[in-house]
Design a protein around this ligand. Sequence first.
Ligand code: C5P
Length: 316
Amino acid sequence: MTEAWRPDDDGQRRGASGPVRVRVPAKVNLHLGVGPLRRDGYHELNTVYHAISIHDELTARRGDTLALTMEGEGAGELALDDTNLVIRAAHALAGYAGVLPHARLHLRKQIPLAGGLAGGSADAAAALVACDALWGTGLSRDELAGIAADLGSDVPFLIHGGTALGTGRGEAVSPVLARPTSWHWVVAIADGGLSTPAAYRELDRLREAGTAGPPLGSTDALLAALRQRDPRVLAAALGNDLQDAALAMRPALAETLKAGEAAGALAGLVSGSGPTCVFLAGDEKHAVRLAADLTAAAVCREVRVAHGPVAGARIV
Ligand code: C5P
């Protein structure tokens, strides 16, 4: 809960005196078209991002230094030092705004680490929104998205949320104006993560060897499917160029996808660079049934239901 605003010590900026709590969603890519490798080491993307209702929560309080603690997914595994995207985001914002990067940050994670759901990027987006309010730096969403782009290709989208087109290396985001429809998903979380750079390298290798599927290319069919509000139509349009790479690196994911299909999912695909798999359901009830069947099939660590689109990083 954000408490009353008060002038800062220097009397110029106004920040939050009480804790600032920010919720940030996970993302899936409804379409992930990977183009050629660029000279800067990134791939040109044509992607449709979609924010789903699995959330991390970051609480920021005033402090005399910058410190991060955490609980939940990845606690004890994730480094909480300067390499952590939350800390990097706080430093980036403080540098941009010319303030001291002082805050006590606490992260409650539900988004798995290295899962292909952009958990680290989500936390960076949450840190930007939380520290902006805590420090009273008052940046616009577009300014925050500019800082976000330097932190990671997915971070600007997680500031915006919803469903959005991503181009460039993924950092150039424009919202998809679809009629309000909720899509229902079942999310199969695997044991352990997959490295995103390794997945892109594997795709390059498969393409060089001529064993990758044809590139997805344009997002037109997916965007047209979103406008129709029919989950069967959306199911037919979903696609991910990184899926072959994820399957090559983690062959067991084929079993997860098969199990989802056998349980009656309208479609299943690897999320981002994996190893999380997501399945589209016809409606909420179908998603709950599907989740139960997938749990019984014991093909992953954990099964969750989710819906989307949801908002990006927001103060709650
Ligand atoms: O932007 P981000 O730091 O999340 O990217 C992580 C890694 O994923 C990059 O260093 C790069 O190896 C790979 N990547 C890529 N093309 C993109 C986005 C990410 O090759 N468009």
